[in-house]
Design a protein around this ligand. Structure first.
Ligand SMILES: Cc1ncc(COP(=O)(O)O)c(C=O)c1O
Length: 367
């Protein structure tokens, strides 16, 4: 039995009638940029997140970038984040002209270690981007405390955490800005690039609406310098159909994670759900005991038809593109350990029980 890492066509087929109707509704209406679908989705998804406002944008990267601009981050400033994230977290910081500064993460949840933030801060630090990696939030209470103490804006990178919770509050509702990606394979995914910023601050909401649309509120009257960072009507219509299924899909992911946890042999370190948090398993990040074992397991599974991925093989401070930051191996040992030993097993709502069994069986067979 082959098990793909993801299969987006399965989800489309299950929703085909409703999805086709939503897409054709936009085509028939003939308004493709900033219309009723985007506006409705902004209300629906911000209500889902528990924020007062939300702004549909072009991607998760754009959500982070525009949030940093709205927070007043300027060239020469510094922004603290985790080194073991998708590269766009750092791209957004450099797009704003700022410098990414890293704080190492915790072994138990792979997320930023709140105790390392203060030591990474300088006079130039303006913001913190806690990343809710793999679908579990960072430890937000101490992150917010240190941000408050140091006077820093908090831009949550919730790009992998649609519906995740921390003390019963949704990811994206803690910081000044909650940034989401709707990259197709996300727990809530569009059929192209799309993103979102959730905020409860009315002034920041207004600013984001302008920033994403050439800095204008009224057409051709540009109050600030902005960009084209808009979500489009077709993607918004698609996301409105899918949002209704998000909780049910997350529940399926959580169920599959439970099956893995029950059956995987104890040579594998399972991803832990920290008490008080709801992990929505965007990624099922298992860990092996060392790098050679991880690579051998990946190869073993591949040869037997099970696709896996590594999130992420090289932490950002060791990427060639970020050599100018002058960081080296050993600077963030926990994040580097994750990069050496992490292996992501398939997890998505359409994964059948037989496929799930085939995955854990083959992992156990390897050991
Ligand atoms: C943690 C994280 N941050 C940022 C992004 C960027 O999102 P996008 O690909 O929509 O620009 C992603 C997704 O790719 C992500 O996983």
């Amino acid at each position: 039995m082959t098990v793909k890492f993801g299969d987006l066509a399965l989800q489309y087929r299950a929703l085909k009638a409703e999805m086709d109707a939503a897409i054709f509704r936009v085509l028939e209406r003939g308004q493709f940029i900033l219309g009723g679908e985007v506006e409705a989705f902004e209300k629906e998804f911000s209500a889902y997140c528990g924020t007062r406002h939300g702004v549909g944008v072009a991607s998760g990267t754009e959500a982070l970038y525009l949030s940093l601009l709205a927070a007043g981050v300027k060239p020469g400033d510094e922004v603290i984040t985790a080194p073991n994230t998708a590269v766009p977290t750092a791209s957004a910081i450099t797009m704003a002209g700022a410098k990414p500064v890293f704080a190492d993460v915790l072994e138990e949840d792979f997320n930023i270690n709140p105790e390392k933030i203060a030591a990474a801060a300088t006079k130039k630090t303006k913001a913190i981007i806690p990343v809710h990696l793999y679908g579990q939030t960072a430890d937000m209470k101490p992150v917010l405390e240190v941000a408050e103490r140091l006077g820093l804006s908090v831009v949550e990178d919730a790009c992998q955490a649609h519906g995740a919770e921390y003390e019963r509050k949704k990811a994206g509702s803690f910081g000044d800005f909650g940034c989401f990606s709707f990259y197709p394979s996300k727990n809530l995914g569009a059929y192209g690039d799309a993103g979102f910023v959730a905020t409860s601050d009315p002034a920041q909401h207004e600013k984001l609406l302008m920033l994403r649309n050439y800095g204008q509120k009224k057409r051709y009257y540009h109050e600030i310098k902005g960009v084209n960072g808009r979500l489009d009507e077709i993607q918004a219509a698609i996301l409105r159909v899918k949002l209704k299924h998000l909780d049910e899909w997350n529940a399926k992911r959580i169920r599959i994670a439970g099956i893995y946890a029950k059956n995987l042999c104890n040579a594998v370190t399972l991803p832990a759900t920290i008490p008080g948090r709801k992990h929505v398993y965007h990624i099922y990040a298992a860990r092996t005991r060392n790098n050679a074992e991880r690579d051998a397991l990946k190869k073993f599974l591949e040869e037997r038809g099970v696709q896996t991925l590594i999130h992420y093989p090289i932490p950002i401070h060791l990427q060639e593109a970020y050599a100018d930051l002058r960081r080296s191996e050993g600077d963030y040992p926990v994040a580097e350990g994750c990069a050496r030993t992490e292996l992501s097993l398939p997890i998505y709502p359409e994964l059948s029980d037989e496929q799930t069994e085939s995955v854990w069986n083959k992992v156990n067979e390897f050991f």
